[in-house]
Every structure is written in structure tokens, then in C-alpha cells.
Design a protein around this ligand. Structure first.
Ligand code: AMP
Length: 283
């Protein structure tokens, strides 16, 4: 497994792969890897000749400095895991080389970045857009893999690649969960055992919405029922619970006449912000 930080070295590596006409699968991460990341990596390994994983805690996408500073960093453990899974290259850019200047470019994703995470984490999605663009230019992948847990990020990256003709396909990968239903997340590493248990209410709430929809209950009463489940869970502080159209993330107030729906949720446990969503294919 190659580990590269310097941009020049990365460029040489990528050129040699490209000259051999090999396909490149790319998985961007912020490290503290878990089985959710591994699902993306395994898919990339299966579908490409070469798999590149980046580990970079991207300051530009943090709207809260404390969150950035406390973000789990376990790079040696990550390397071991990636080596074991036969990843070809790990790219760990140096912050100063990756962002030599304050970027003059800003990104605006229109309605895609005005709701959900865009509303509550100002600048987050725009920071993701800049970093992902840079990675895609540097790595020139054939496919890039993103988790559907971060539904808004996935949609936004896919749309950015379409709008700007990035020559690759973006692949969305299903959310990997604990037995309790809690979505795996690097941030879970900061939770106590009790916090992990509390956080499982997030998925229980989402499941409740699904069950209600299966019984044809109206969306507004289902959402308010779920909000009260969240309110009753001491230790969980809800930020948002929204039913949206999964393609444009615009809020919906009924699912009659819809063929698909996403329920998105964000909240805090022990001061740690967690997000999740449930995609539903409707009759
Ligand atoms: P992160 O390191 O949190 O930036 O995540 C890197 C990639 O892994 C993103 O595309 C995430 O959506 C994806 N990811 C994170 N958690 C999960 C999960 N539980 N299941 C599937 N993909 C995930």
C-alpha cells in the first residue's frame, strides 16, 4: 500500500496508472474509519483496478472549530485497516499544500444547499464542494464512492459533477448500521456507551415513520409523533426532522402521489452532532 502526502508524488502516481489505462476508484474520507467506510472501499475494490482512499479532516467544511479540533484522528489504525483491505493508495494531503491560499472561489448549490445541513451548518456543504473538486482533479477517478448516510452531500457532489462536466460517475452506497440501527459514524467514537444507546433513538424514530407510512398515516401527524419520541428521549436534542423529496431535498407535506421520499434527521447526543436518513420507495 502506498501512502502519499505530497501533491507532486500523487501526480506521478496517478499519471502512471492513467498511462496503463487502469480504472481508479476513489473514496474520500476524514479517517477514523469504520465498517461504513469499508463498504465504500470494498465496492471500489470490486469495481476498479486501483482504489485510492483519502484521509483529510477538511477544515473548510467545519462550521464549528471545536468540532474540527475534537474530530477523531487515529491515522495509524486507519493505515492498518486499509492495508488489510488491500487499498492501493492512501492520500493524506498536507493542509498547507492542499490549501496554499485562501480560496477565492466560492460555491453555491442553489436549493440543494439551502435546506437541512445547509440551513444548520453554514458553509459546510460549500466546503465539501471545494475539497471534493480538488480531490477529483488530483486523483482523476473513474468512479467516486459516497455514503447515502450523507444524502445531501451525495446529491450535491453528483450535481456538481454534472454541472461542471467532471468526467466520472458518482456512486452512492447504502448506510451501514449497528445492530441497534444506529448509523456508523466516526463521531460515534466520541460517545459513551450510554450515549451510543441514546443515539439509537434516531433510527427508531425513522423506522416509526416508515411503519406509519406503511399504514397510510398522514405525514404531518407521523412527523409530530416522531418529534415527541425524540423529545421524550432525555439525552437527545433534535435539530431537525424533515420529510423531503430525495432528489431535490425540498420539503414535502404529504406523500400522496410521490413515488419516493426521504426522512432526514439531525440531532445532538452528549454534544456530538449526528445525522441520519431513511429513503423510502413508495407504492
Ligand atoms: P466521513 O469520513 O464521515 O467524511 O465519510 C466518508 C464517506 O463515508 C462519506 O461518503 C460518508 O457518507 C460515508 N459514510 C460514513 N458513514 C457511513 C455509513 N455508516 N455507511 C455508509 N457510508 C458511510
Amino acid at each position: 500500500m502506498h501512502v502519499i502526502s505530497a501533491l507532486k508524488e500523487l501526480s506521478n502516481f496517478i499519471s502512471s496508472i492513467k498511462s496503463n489505462r487502469k480504472s481508479i476508484g476513489f473514496v474520500p474520507t476524514m479517517g477514523a474509519l469504520h465498517n461504513g467506510h469499508l463498504a465504500l472501499i470494498q465496492r471500489s475494490i470490486k469495481e476498479n483496478n486501483i482504489t485510492v482512499v483519502s484521509i483529510f479532516v477538511n477544515l473548510l467544511q467545519f462550521n464549528n472549530l471545536d468540532d474540527f479540533e475534537k474530530y477523531p484522528r487515529v491515522i495509524e489504525e486507519d493505515f492498518k485497516l486499509l492495508e488489510k483491505h488491500k487499498v492501493d493508495l492512501v492520500f493524506t494531503p498536507d493542509e498547507k499544500e492542499f490549501y496554499p491560499l485562501d480560496s477565492l472561489i466560492s460555491m453555491d448549490f442553489g436549493y440543494l444547499s439551502q435546506t437541512l445541513e445547509g440551513e444548520f451548518r453554514k458553509g459546510h456543504l460549500e466546503g465539501v464542494g471545494i475539497a471534493v473538486s480538488k480531490f477529483l482533479h488530483l486523483i482523476q477517478p473513474t468512479y467516486a464512492y459516497f455514503g447515502l448516510k450523507d444524502l445531501q452531500q451525495y446529491l450535491l457532489v453528483r450535481r456538481m459533477c454534472l454541472d461542471l462536466n467532471f468526467p466520472l460517475d458518482i456512486v452512492g452506497v447504502e448506510t451501514v448500521r449497528e445492530d441497534s440501527g444506529l448509523a456508523l459514524s466516526s463521531r460515534n467514537k466520541r460517545l459513551s456507551t450510554e450515549g451510543i444507546e441514546t443515539a439509537s433513538v434516531i433510527y427508531r424514530g425513522l423506522q416509526g415513520v416508515k411503519e406509519g407510512i406503511d399504514k397510510n398515516e398522514p405525514l404531518d401527524s407521523l412527523l409530530s409523533k416522531t418529534r415527541s419520541i425524540y423529545d421524550r428521549e432525555s439525552g437527545f436534542e433534535l435539530e431537525y426532522l424533515e420529510a423531503v423529496h430525495p432528489l431535490n431535498l425540498l420539503s414535502v407535506d404529504s406523500y400522496t402521489n410521490l413515488s419516493e421520499l426521504a426522512i432526514c434527521v439531525a440531532g445532538y447526543v452528549e454534544g456530538i452532532r449526528l445525522i441520519d436518513n431513511l429513503y423510502l420507495q413508495l407504492e
